[in-house]
Design a protein around this ligand. Structure first.
Ligand SMILES: C[S@@+](CC[C@H](N)C(=O)[O-])C[C@H]1O[C@@H](n2cnc3c(N)ncnc32)[C@H](O)[C@@H]1O
Length: 233
């Protein structure tokens, strides 16, 4: 019952997104945990791009939880599209003045532990197979330098979760041209409560990119927002 309700509201949202309209913020409609609604929406966007023959990019991997979701989604749909995972895999860079006043890389020491081998082990420990893990292309290094390691594959789904102004803007500028028409960019931490407090740079980067490229940002749940490339971009 609850699931059906969630599904119908998601359908409603996606219908709007196809019309390219900005969505009004969705209230916490059924009192579900924020993480749950975020995960459901992430899955909906994954499904939206299933018909596109392009890669899935997780840019900002952290411990690998989002990556794990992508693998699970693929498994469920027998989806064999390539997955790329971009991160420094050694923690956050300093950040710029756009990320001030509250962002402080020193206050996130645990991210230094999230090396490529840590993430691989996490994936295996949470049930991914050796083949699935071996299939992920890990691209290590700090953005923007690491962007040059990308092979230029067409992109179906780009998941950006970098928390900072500069790498978010650099990634949008770099990857958007590889995004297939109909492809989706999922943007985490846009303007939720913790985003406003802790990492204000993401919103600035996204707003700047949308303004310059005349794009309309669409809303998911919580602080999830997304862009969908129009067919005539
Ligand atoms: C919030 S975490 C990502 C969480 C992840 N998406 C998940 O689902 O668990 C943000 C990640 O962005 C990475 N990051 C931030 N700035 C970066 C940059 N300039 N280059 C590469 N990685 C960066 C950090 O190392 C960190 O792992």
């Amino acid at each position: 019952m609850l699931f059906r309700k969630v599904k119908s509201i998601l359908k409603f949202l996606l219908r709007f997104s196809k019309n390219n309209e900005t969505l009004v913020k969705v209230p916490d409609f059924v009192g579900l945990d924020k993480k749950v609604t975020k995960s459901i929406f992430r899955y909906e966007l994954f499904r939206t791009t299933l018909h596109l023959n392009g890669a899935i990019l997780e840019v900002g991997v952290g411990s690998g939880q989002g990556l794990r979701m992508c693998i699970r989604h693929q498994e469920f749909h027998l989806d064999k599209r390539k997955i790329y995972a971009f991160d420094s895999f050694e923690g956050f860079p300093k950040g710029s003045k756009q990320d001030l006043p509250n962002f402080n890389a020193q206050s996130k020491p645990k991210y230094k532990e999230f090396s490529v081998s840590f993430v691989k082990e996490y994936l295996l420990a949470t049930g991914a197979s050796k083949d699935q893990v071996a299939g992920v292309r890990f691209i290590q290094g700090y953005i923007p330098d690491s962007l040059q390691k990308f092979d230029g594959s067409p992109i179906a789904l780009l998941i950006l979760d970098l928390d900072l102004y500069e790498p978010t803007l650099d990634s949008l500028n770099y990857f958007f041209e590889y995004l297939l028409p109909g492809g989706v960019v999922l943007l985490d931490d846009y303007d939720g409560d913790s985003a406003k407090k802790k990492w204000p740079g993401v919103k600035k980067a996204v707003d700047e990119f949308c303004r310059i490229n005349n794009l309309i940002l669409m809303r998911g749940y919580g602080d999830l927002t997304y862009l969908q490339k129009s067919l005539d971009f």
